[in-house]
Design a protein around this ligand. Structure first.
Ligand SMILES: Nc1nc2c(ncn2[C@@H]2O[C@H](COP(=O)(O)OP(=O)(O)O)[C@@H](O)[C@H]2O)c(=O)[nH]1
Ligand SMILES: [Mg+2]
Length: 697
């Protein structure tokens, strides 16, 4: 494979709701570009990017996966991502590696829940994007309806640059509004097409859609707007240049149409991806922190610069070992060389660097700035780590994940497998930064926490299939949290004079409640050095550690702010440890006055059941402290939507079975945290105290 420079690369993630056709589309793109020699299909388990045996069995994407092709002299790296709620963290984790995303929308269902979530991810990383309406061939596919759904969600900036020729079984290709041409496809999957004049029946639609496109592009720039007002339109060259700039600045979001299954209009999609999405070079410098100077720096994407890369994904394979996927932001990474792991301050030996096509790998000599590569068997590099030239230790920002929403206790099926569980879980955790695995210090149970029940179940299967450890899942534990409801002020003073060296730390803090899911904020308002700068992180650390242990019932304290505003120190006796203790003392005192309460996770629940049981089911959900949000029917199935505290749903599966004679099913996912009613909170606190005995500091 020839060396690729940053201007000839596109790094693109395909994102969207589960089932929209991302995996199918990646396979169609790879086939159309000649990177693979057959059109992979999800239903046959032959796609390039859903290669894991669990993915093939379930026919859904569980892991982000990397593939590549070459098109118009450009290397296109494609990252297929999951679209199911419980795995969305893996879609988010690849965002630092790309300069653009393709949001795939189903032509039948329009914009769905996870489509909006991936849009938020793209917003968070300010990524340019394209929308691709897929499944134009399906029964009930509608371009107009899908456009309405897109416009009502994201506004007029989402504008078609293609319109379909026909819909449902008559779908036969696209009219391209940028080129003013029609492309008719043979629908045998071969991807062959011919260029033809715009069909007469679409002439009017094409003209008005093109006018709209010109308007939206003109609105995205002042100079184009002037030209537009002067002459009533803008020229073709201005249109392409304006579109490209508008996309880069997120002021224009082009909408395209395809059918992945029939491999139709995929080549035009590839043309536009390469022409309209930015290269790493066009996207510009990358933000990083110089670890030595502790200063933000802006790194140009330059193969001539110092080597710097970011590991955005780890795939643990019990046979091949650990495979790290990395994006090179600067310089060149070379096979058989060494590099510095900046997070761990250690040296990593790089073996053979690889190009990745789904599950297959090909060795290459080097990976240059702007490109993505893989390497096996790094010693101690995990997802989110930065690898860099030792003389230029650059740290790139890790992706943040929401805290897990659901926890299960897991138990080995055979006695003595405890050690095996721990070592296998350690490998699984390297792959998936959104999982948590710990041993409950009180109950000694192993707790596995993830973003949904399916997430945890898939991990249990992985333990069994890949690592040969069978475990049983026990009912989930409710991950309660604590928070405060009032402001307070307190002093924490730690002073000990024992013989020689004493200990002295003293701090004054204010605490304030924050909005739900705002997390923790620490504000340093020390003026005049009443606490020396170098001890302030210790105060914060003391507070953070104490807050993890909670106050009421040992659950982590969240959504509050601490302002450190005063204190005192001793020239000889002050130390980090003394200030850390002072911080934790101040925290505990502040808690006594800040009216702490318990928070519980509330779930979005969808119940599917025969119409006749709907009344009973709603009554039952009410008795579980549920709030009914709405009802829908599909055929004879009633769908009930409700928000119910997780604590009330632990035994729902068997109860639903008995209420519906086995004909009901349900699905739930985390929605938000809410305050536990006080009479219930009292019981939880009581029980927790009983189970932990006198073990409170
Ligand atoms: N009719 C039709 N079905 C499609 C198309 N693209 C994908 N599918 C089907 O939709 C289902 C989900 O596709 P998949 O690629 O796994 O979606 P993903 O979850 O977004 O990756 C599979 O059964 C595909 O065969 C398409 O263009 N037309
Ligand atoms: Mg998929």
């Amino acid at each position: 494979m020839k060396v690729t420079d940053p201007e000839n690369i596109r790094n693109v993630a395909l994102v969207g709701h589960g089932g929209a056709g991302k995996t199918s589309l990646v396979s169609a793109i790879l086939y159309s570009a000649g990177a693979v020699n057959r059109l992979g299909r999800v239903d046959d388990g032959t796609t390039v990017t859903d290669y894991d045996e669990d993915e093939i069995a379930r026919k859904i994407t569980l892991n982000s996966a990397l593939a590549y092709c070459e098109w118009n002299k450009t290397k296109v790296n494609l990252i297929d991502t999951p679209g199911y709620r419980a795995f969305m963290h893996d879609a988010k984790s690849v965002m630092p590696a790309v300069e653009g995303v393709i949001v795939v929308v189903d032509a039948v269902s329009g914009v769905e829940v996870q489509t909006e979530l991936v849009w938020e991810y793209a917003d968070e990383f300010a990524l340019p994007r394209m929308i691709v309406i897929n499944k134009m061939d399906r029964d009930r596919a509608s371009f107009d309806r899908t456009i309405q759904s897109i416009e009502s969600t994201w506004g007029r900036v989402a504008v078609p640059i293609q319109i379909p020729m026909g819909e449902e079984k008559d779908f036969g290709g696209v009219v391209d509004l940028v080129r003013n041409k029609a492309y008719r496809y043979s629908l045998d999957g071969s991807g062959s097409f011919r260029e033809e004049p715009i069909p007469v029946n679409l002439d009017e639609a094409a003209r008005s859609s093109r006018e709209r496109l010109i308007e939206v592009v003109a609105e995205s720039s002042d100079s184009l707007m002037e030209k537009f007002f002067d002459s009533g339109t803008i020229g073709d060259e201005d249109l392409v240049a304006g579109l490209t700039r508008g996309i880069a600045e997120n002021k224009v979001i082009p909408v395209l149409v395809v059918s992945a299954t029939f491999n139709a209009a995929v080549r035009q999609l590839l043309d536009h991806m390469v022409a309209l999405l930015p290269s790493p070079l066009q996207r510009g410098p990358v933000e990083a922190t110089d670890a030595r100077l502790q200063q933000p720096v802006s790194i140009p994407v330059d193969p001539g610069g110092p080597a710097a890369a970011f590991v955005f994904k780890t795939i643990a394979d019990p046979f091949a070992g650990r495979i790290s996927l990395f994006k090179v932001f600067s310089g060149v990474l070379k096979s058989d060389s060494s590099i510095h792991n900046v997070n761990r301050d250690s040296t990593e030996r790089l073996g053979a660097l690889q190009l990745t096509q789904g599950k297959s790998h090909e060795n290459i000599a080097e990976v240059r700035a702007g490109d993505i590569g893989a390497v096996a068997k790094l010693k101690d590099t995990a997802t989110g780590d930065s690898l860099a030239d030792k003389a230029h230790p650059l740290l790139f920002k890790k992706v943040s994940f929401p805290e897990p929403a659901i926890s299960f206790a897991i138990e080995p099926k055979s006695r003595g497998d405890e050690d095996k569980i721990s070592s296998a879980m350690a490998k699984i955790l390297e792959e998936d930064g959104s999982l948590r695995f710990q041993r409950d210090p009180q109950t000694k149970e192993f707790l596995l926490s993830g973003s949904g029940q399916l997430h945890v179940e898939v991990m249990v299967e992985k333990l069994k299939k890949k690592y040969g450890v069978g475990v049983t899942l026990k009912p989930p534990k409710v991950p309660y949290r604590e928070t405060i409801t009032a402001r307070a002020e307190a002093q924490g003073r730690h002073k000990k004079q024992t013989g020689g060296h004493g200990q002295y730390g003293d701090c004054w803090i204010k605490v304030e409640p924050l909005a739900r899911s705002a997390g923790f904020i620490f504000e340093d308002k020390i003026f005049g050095g009443s606490i020396p700068k170098n001890f302030i992180p210790a105060v914060e650390k003391g507070i953070v550690e104490a807050s993890h242990r909670g106050f009421l019932a040992g659950y982590p304290m969240v959504d509050f702010k601490v302002i450190l505003f005063d204190g005192s120190y001793h020239d000889v006796d002050s130390s980090e440890l003394a200030f850390k203790i002072a911080g934790s003392l101040a925290f505990k005192k502040a808690m006594e006055q800040s009216k702490p309460v318990l928070l519980e996770p509330v779930m979005n629940v969808e119940v599917y059941a025969p119409e006749e049981s709907a009344g009973d089911l709603m009554g039952d959900l009410n008795s579980r402290r549920g709030r009914i949000q709405g009802m829908d029917s599909k055929g004879h199935t009633q769908i009930i939507r409700a928000q119910v505290p997780m604590a009330e749903m632990l035994t729902y599966a068997p109860d639903l079975t008995s209420m519906t004679g086995g004909r009901g099913s349900f699905h739930m996912e985390f929605s938000h945290y809410d305050q536990v009613p006080s009479h219930i909170a009292a019981k939880i606190i009581e029980e927790r105290k009983k189970s932990t005995g006198e073990e409170t500091a």
